[in-house]
Design a protein around this ligand. Structure first.
Ligand SMILES: *Cc1c(COP(=O)(O)O)cnc(C)c1O
Length: 368
């Protein structure tokens, strides 16, 4: 047969690997397949353009609409909660617990009971495995089951983390990962939604590609989005997934290096697993500083590192303290707030060298 004449194929003049062209959607299916194989447990993966769009689609598939309430971990990146506002739903924020820095199961259950007593059962719960640390997932799954509320697992930072040898991102009714540049595996921007059924996967793809009805012409009955992953990202993501174990090992090695470095320093504690069931990918190595023991301010330490050309960052500022969420309900105390006040993220790239560590070590020691 003669070559098909396309309506408008793209004219890309740069040299690309032969697998990549605008009509080869197998590249996206390959990426999804590779991740499905990795996750096992009959998971269905939908490749999207970001982790944020994956959370948005999870909320839509959970039936969250205007005025619904969604319970959400407060101590997280803003991307976890923004999609709740996209749906014109209401975030109800929950404090963390100090072991895992993640959502406190006690406050979560108290919030559910209270919202139900107020006459409104929350539609969904969004939990996070922050900095790669698994949350108290068993307790949380039990609570979600008990009250029959959909559980959405934001595992954006936790690819490669495990709880009792089960992979983070396989516990929720829906889960998401991010493949943004700074995450443990990058596809130069991208994310995935993890579903438990093929029907949910098909619905997610339908919504992510402008919700085009089955029809001979362009017909649309539902609101759609342009959320599908690009072919170039899928290609890079597929290749990069092969290195996941190496990247996780490198991040864990960073954590071990910091442990050795900081063991001797009084007043500084490294964020670590507090029980044997938890295996963090240690995406970022974070420390808490006891400013009562140590006579310096948070800013002084950051300035010192900055002077030595070493990047550090404060922990996420809890969302219930953010101006955009100031009118949202909140359940908890000041655990997340205190973590924010006392914590710092240290350099954690997979390619940190011995020399880099020496520099970081010297900078901190000089300061102390
Ligand atoms: C990165 C991140 C997201 C969003 O992922 P994007 O791909 O950047 O949209 C969501 N939640 C958490 C906790 C994240 O760290």
């Amino acid at each position: 047969m003669s070559k098909r004449i396309a309506l408008s194929s793209s004219n890309i003049s740069v040299d690309l690997p032969s697998e990549i062209n605008t009509t080869n959607y197998n590249v996206i299916a390959d990426f999804e397949g590779k991740l499905e194989k990795y996750l096992g447990a009959k998971k269905h993966v939908v490749a999207l353009n970001s982790g944020t769009s994956a959370i948005h689609l999870a909320l839509i598939l959970s039936g969250v609409t205007e005025g619904d309430e969604v319970l959400c971990q407060s101590f997280t990146y803003v991307a976890t909660a923004n999609p709740i506002l996209y749906q014109k739903a209401k975030p109800v924020f929950i404090d963390s617990e100090s072991d895992t820095w993640n959502i406190c199961p006690k406050h979560l259950e108290r919030a559910i009971k209270d919202r139900i007593a107020n006459g409104k059962k929350p539609k969904a719960i969004i939990i996070v495995h922050l900095y790669g640390m698994p949350c108290k997932i068993e307790e949380i799954v039990a609570i979600a089951k008990k009250y029959q509320i959909i559980l959405i697992e934001d595992a954006a930072e936790a690819l490669g983390s495990m709880y009792k040898e089960q992979k983070c991102g396989t516990f929720g009714d829906f889960s998401i990962f991010s493949f943004n540049n700074n995450k443990i595996v990058s596809s130069f921007g991208g994310g995935v939604l993890i579903c438990n059924s093929i029907e949910e996967k098909e619905e997610a793809i339908f919504l992510a590609t402008q919700a085009k009805d089955k029809s001979e012409y362009y017909s649309h009955s539902r609101l759609g989005f342009n959320y599908r992953m690009g072919i170039l990202s899928a290609f890079i993501g597929t290749e990069e997934l092969s290195y996941l174990n190496d990247y996780v090992s490198a991040r864990i090695a960073n954590h071990q290096n910091y442990k050795r470095l900081l063991e001797v320093v009084k007043g500084v504690s490294l964020f670590k697993e507090n029980d044997d069931f938890m295996k963090s990918n240690h995406w970022l190595s974070c420390i808490l500083i006891n400013f009562k023991t140590l006579k310096f301010t948070f800013k002084e330490l950051r300035d010192q590192l900055e002077k030595d050309n070493i990047e550090s960052r404060p922990l996420w500022k809890p969302l219930h303290l953010q101006p955009i969420f100031k009118n949202c309900a909140y359940y908890g105390g000041n655990v997340a707030e205190n973590l924010f006040k006392k914590g710092l993220c240290l350099p954690s790239s997979a390619n940190l060298t011995k020399i880099d560590f020496k520099r970081i070590s010297n900078s901190i020691q000089k300061f102390l």
